[in-house]
Each structure stands twice: as structure tokens, then as C-alpha cells.
Design a binder for this molecule. Structure first.
Ligand SMILES: CSC[C@H]1O[C@@H](n2cnc3c(O)ncnc32)[C@H](O)[C@@H]1O
Ligand SMILES: [Zn+2]
Length: 446
């Protein structure tokens, strides 16, 4: 007979568990129990022998990890994947992406593009993502249907778009959305001013005031390229990070995305203010933007998260690819093979992301009491054998296709590599329609 406390909804028996906290730990022969959306036990298998569960899953050859956290992206831009490649940031945005967004972005575009992005992300292990895009109301509905956890950053930008006429309207619409989602347990709404070069200073100041009043995180593209920093210095006499500091936007609520052009003073400012850095290595490499000095930031004690950025600048939304890119880029840029070791990179993709998003009490590691945001990764295939060290396989050998199961708050979103909440064939036909519409418009404009 099992005692009343020993009841689970799901009991998992993998070969290994990497809980991420304590850092670097790899558990062998342990099992994990979930109940009511939370982790209720994590212990050697023998200790869970008396437990009863509605579902018991043997996972031989598999490792359990916390669900991955994609801390920066523009989900609906999945519909613009491959639309404009091999361009640097500003020509890419000004000559290709912003005109395409002006022509196509609508609530329907965002609903379909966000669903496509989520299908891709869930399949390769992401359980939480941060999104910064127009029509966040449509993204919120898609997220609710798919069951992922999400930080929606209110997109604040200083020019007219299909969603809002100016930054002021972005803020008011965003706050109304935040109000309507206040009871949603999986979606948080925070501020997402696009960048210092697109948001007027008065609107950035307003965001700073509101964020402090409401205690809301603020995510912003910052120091993405050296050109961005140089232009700001020429125009204002100030580096963008100093502008944010002057406006009161640098604090533990700040999520600074990209951060490639950083001097020692910038790093000291990040340390002093407790701001987080979201590293997007593949997007930075593809746009030729620059290199975030990730190991130096880590050594300085700055919290690091990982992001894919949008699929139009990456061109995938795969945190396994991002982990590998982060590790390899740090080693080559520092000419030091010990830079950003595997455990540190996995922490960036999990607990570091949770810290940046302010949800590390709830997710980011496998610990009793935390929400059951969990993935199972199958290491039994030839590309991940033999397993001398599961942590090494996860960071250096996996490509994301090894993810077999995923749960968010105990709810399965992926079972045996099949999505449970997204109808992929219906989605594929809508995505084909978008491809046709986008191509027709481009051909007619040529
Ligand atoms: C305000 S909604 C988001 C806005 O950001 C654009 N965007 C996509 N990728 C990047 C990037 O790497 N740097 C700066 N801006 C980016 C996106 O196209 C939307 O217009
Ligand atoms: Zn971005």
C-alpha cells in the first residue's frame, strides 16, 4: 500500500537527470514524480518504489532536463524565415524586414506565425519563450492554445505600424493586454521597448516610470552592433547603455538583448545595476553583428540567458543550436577552450533564462516544489552514443531532434516526439498560404 503522500500524476524513470541546480550535477538511476503541475519528488528510483502514479514512463537511454527557456525572439517572424538573408542588421531591417512587416503583419499573421514558432520550439525542447512582436493579443491567444509558458514583451516602437500609431499607443494597448491577462498563470506581460534608436527618449522615460511603479521587467535590444553604439555617441554623446542608466532603466528588471559592443565600464555598469544579458549567438553571427563577451560577463557575475531572436535572422528557433553556438563562439573568440563550459551553457538555457525573466522561483531547474516544466532527451541514437557524460552530449552532440517528451506545468505538449496541442497539418496549410501571399506581394513590387 502506498501512503497518501506518495501519489503522483506522472512518474518518470530516465537513465539520467540533470537538475541544473546544483550546477553541473548529473544524477544516475533517479526518478521524478509530478503532481498537480509541480515536481513532488526527485530521488533514487528505489526510494520511489512505494509511489502510485496514474502514468509511469520508463525512459531508457534518456536524460531529463528542465524545459529550455528561449529568452528573446519575435515568434511570428517564423513566417519571414529565409525572406532576406546575408545582410547586416540595419539594411536587413530597413530595406527588407520593416517593409515586409508593413505589408503583411496583422493579427492573423501573428496568430499563425506564433503557432508555427511554437511548434518548432516545443519539438526541440523549449517550454518557455519570450516574445516581442506586434499584435501581442493574437500571440497570447496562440500561446494559451498551445500551452507554453511565455513572457510577452509589449512591443514599443516610435513609428506607425499596423498595430499602433506610435510608442504611446503601444504602451496603452500593452497595458490593457496585461490587465486582461492578469489571471493567466503561464503568460506574463512586460515592457519591450525595441531599442534606443527607435523609441523616443520621452517614451523610454515613461516605460522606466511605469516599469518601476508596476515592478515589471523591461526587455530591449541593446548594443547589438558597434555601429549602433557609434551612431548613438555621435548623435547624443552617450552610449545606449548610459542612456538607459540615466533614464533609470538599468536594474534587475532589465533584460539587455545582444550586448556585443561592451567596454569595461559597460560591464561594471551591468554588475552595479544587476541587469541581465540575453545572448543571441546565432543571430549575432548571421547578421555579422558582433560578439557578446559571454565568458567575461559570466566571470563578472552577470546573469546570462540565451535567445534565438527571430527566425528571419537565425534562421531557426532551436535552443540546442544556440547552446552549441554560444559555447563554440566563446571558445573561439577568447582563444580559450575552457570558456563557457557545458554546464554553464546549459544553465544559461534554463536557470539563467528563468532568472532573467524573473521566474526562477518557479522554473529553470528540476527541484521539488517547482513547476513541472520538463523535457526528456533521448541519447540512444548513434549521434549521441556512447554516453560518457550526458551533459556533454546535451550541449555538444544533440541537435534538438532527440527531444522525445515535454511537459509545461505537468501538461504534456510533446509525447513520443508528437505535438499534443498543435494541429501540424492544418498549420502547414495556413503557412503555405502565407508563403504564397508574401511571394505574390514581393513579385508585384519588383
Ligand atoms: C517592436 S516588435 C520587434 C521588431 O524588432 C524587429 N527585429 C527583429 N530582429 C531584430 C534584431 O535583431 N534587432 C533589432 N530589431 C529586430 C522586428 O522585425 C520588429 O520590427
Ligand atoms: Zn530581436
Amino acid at each position: 500500500m502506498s501512503s497518501p503522500g506518495k501519489i503522483a500524476d506522472v512518474l518518470l524513470h530516465p537513465d539520467w537527470i540533470i537538475p541544473v541546480q546544483p550546477a553541473g550535477e548529473v544524477l544516475t538511476g533517479h526518478s521524478l514524480a509530478m503532481r498537480d503541475g509541480r515536481i513532488v519528488a526527485l530521488a533514487p528510483r528505489a526510494e520511489l518504489a512505494g509511489w502510485q502514479a496514474q502514468e509511469e514512463l520508463e525512459l531508457p537511454g534518456q536524460v531529463l532536463l528542465p524545459g529550455l527557456i528561449n529568452a528573446h525572439g519575435h515568434a511570428a517572424m517564423s513566417l519571414l524565415r529565409g525572406y532576406a538573408d546575408d545582410q547586416p542588421l540595419m539594411p536587413w531591417l530597413e530595406q527588407h524586414i520593416w517593409p515586409a512587416e508593413a505589408a503583411h503583419v496583422s493579427a492573423e499573421f501573428v496568430a499563425d506565425g506564433t503557432e508555427l514558432a511554437m511548434a518548432e520550439m516545443i519539438r526541440c525542447g523549449t517550454t518557455t519563450f519570450s516574445d516581442m512582436y506586434f499584435f501581442p493579443e493574437a500571440a497570447a491567444e496562440a500561446v494559451q492554445a498551445a500551452g507554453m509558458r511565455c513572457q510577452l514583451s509589449i512591443p514599443v516602437i516610435g513609428f506607425q505600424t499596423a498595430w499602433a500609431r506610435d510608442a504611446g499607443e503601444c504602451i496603452s494597448k500593452g497595458l490593457a493586454l496585461r490587465d486582461s491577462l492578469k489571471h493567466d498563470e503561464r503568460i506574463s506581460v512586460v515592457f519591450g521597448p525595441h531599442a534606443t534608436y527607435t523609441v523616443p527618449e520621452a517614451d523610454l522615460a515613461r516605460v522606466a516610470t511605469l516599469a518601476a511603479e508596476l515592478d515589471l521587467p523591461v526587455q530591449i535590444h541593446l548594443h547589438e552592433t558597434a555601429a549602433e553604439v557609434l551612431q548613438a555617441v555621435e548623435a547624443t554623446g552617450e552610449r545606449p547603455i548610459d542612456t538607459l542608466d540615466r533614464l533609470g532603466l538599468l536594474s534587475p528588471r532589465a533584460q539587455c538583448v545582444h550586448m556585443t559592443d561592451l567596454g569595461q565600464q559597460d560591464i561594471e555598469l551591468l554588475v552595479a545595476t544587476g541587469a541581465h544579458v540575453v545572448h543571441c549567438p546565432r543571430s549575432n553571427m548571421k547578421l555579422g553583428s558582433g560578439i557578446c563577451p559571454s565568458e567575461k560577463l559570466r566571470a563578472s557575475g552577470i546573469n546570462l540567458a540565451l535567445g534565438s531572436d527571430g527566425a528571419a535572422s537565425n534562421n531557426s528557433l532551436n535552443l540546442f543550436a544556440e547552446m552549441q553556438a554560444a559555447a563554440l563562439l566563446a571558445k573561439v573568440s577568447d582563444a580559450d577552450a575552457s570558456a563557457l563550459p557545458a554546464a554553464a551553457v546549459l544553465e544559461m538555457a534554463t536557470l539563467g533564462g528563468a532568472r532573467a525573466l524573473g521566474i526562477d522561483e518557479q522554473v529553470g531547474s528540476l527541484e521539488v516544489g517547482k513547476l513541472a516544466d520538463i523535457i526528456a532527451v533521448d541519447l540512444s541514437g548513434p549521434a549521441t552514443q556512447p554516453v560518457h557524460n550526458p551533459l556533454s552530449q546535451v550541449v555538444y552532440a544533440c541537435n534538438g531532434s532527440e527531444v522525445s517528451h515535454s511537459w509545461v506545468g505537468g501538461r504534456p505538449l510533446l509525447r513520443d516526439r508528437q505535438l499534443t496541442t498543435i494541429n501540424t497539418s492544418a498549420l502547414a496549410s495556413r503557412v503555405q498560404d502565407w508563403r504564397g501571399r508574401i511571394a505574390t506581394h514581393r513579385n508585384s513590387a519588383a
